[in-house]
Design a binder for this molecule. Sequence first.
Ligand SMILES: Cc1cc2nc3c(=O)[nH]c(=O)nc-3n(C[C@H](O)[C@H](O)[C@H](O)COP(=O)(O)OP(=O)(O)OC[C@H]3O[C@@H](n4cnc5c(N)ncnc54)[C@H](O)[C@@H]3O)c2cc1C
Length: 278
Amino acid sequence: MAREIIEAAEALIDQPIPCLDKGFVRLVDYMGGDARIVQSARVSYGEGTKTVREDRGLISYLMRNHHTSPFEQVSLTFHAKMPIFVARQWVRHRTARLNEISGRYSVLQDEFYVPNPTELRKQSSRNKQGRSDERLDATDEKSVIAQLASEQDALYKGYEDLLNKGVARELARINLPVSLYTEWYWQIDLHNLFHFLRLRLDDHAQYEIRVYGEALAKCAKAVAPMAYEAFENHILHSVQFGKDECKALAALLCGETPLLEGRQLAIFEEKLTKLKSV
Ligand SMILES: Cc1cc2nc3c(=O)[nH]c(=O)nc-3n(C[C@H](O)[C@H](O)[C@H](O)COP(=O)(O)OP(=O)(O)OC[C@H]3O[C@@H](n4cnc5c(N)ncnc54)[C@H](O)[C@@H]3O)c2cc1C
């Protein structure tokens, strides 16, 4: 079979997708697509080309049954630029290959993330790891943005001072903050990209990495639209219930009161809300 050339993916190659105030995701290259997935899944049976409808059905079947290895046959390479605190979350996904800009070798650019005022929210009281929907008042928004910018400015000036004094780049950088932008090449197969997206497109993921998740998802969708459709259907927009929650769901369906309380009930209700919004 000839190398797959996918028009929608070709159109994205080398086109930076803007993320946050100064970042981007750029699809550098890809290998394979939906056809590669079905081709590799069918290799064991030696079956030939089927109709598009049958291919879609097979991909859906593979995704639904967690038969994941055919999705690993598709690979995507990205160039991405993100604040270091986003990179730290991103790099936890170990099943990828990356190469990052070196602050030992290069002088780092004066580029820092400053949140949009609409994203300057108060600490959530329900989720210790996240922000609430409540914005700061307008005066505080302005002063917080000004504070972030002036501290970043001062730290970068300090960095430049150290460089001018001849301090090695690998040491001069050590006071730079996690709002500084970094960049890397990142290569991952489609199965592990879906795993990344399942975690990082979720409402519980931090907004700033979700923005990058959306950009990566756009590329994945262009490279393998049927696989992405199956991922959305069976994984991304699915809701998983534990044993107790299944019992509660069964009770609800029978018009009975679910035997859950406290935090367990709150989580169950959150899942029901998600279920209704699908
Ligand atoms: C909302 C959210 C909050 C988080 N909060 C925190 C936090 O507070 N502190 C923190 O430290 N982390 C936190 N994390 C990171 C999280 O614990 C995972 O490290 C991260 O999501 C990567 O997931 P992963 O290991 O499944 O992915 P990958 O590293 O891409 O791995 C994919 C899969 O490969 C397998 N795998 C990979 N490496 C190994 C291995 N060495 N051994 C066995 N199996 C392996 C596992 O099945 C794994 O699920 C958070 C993540 C999210 C999404």
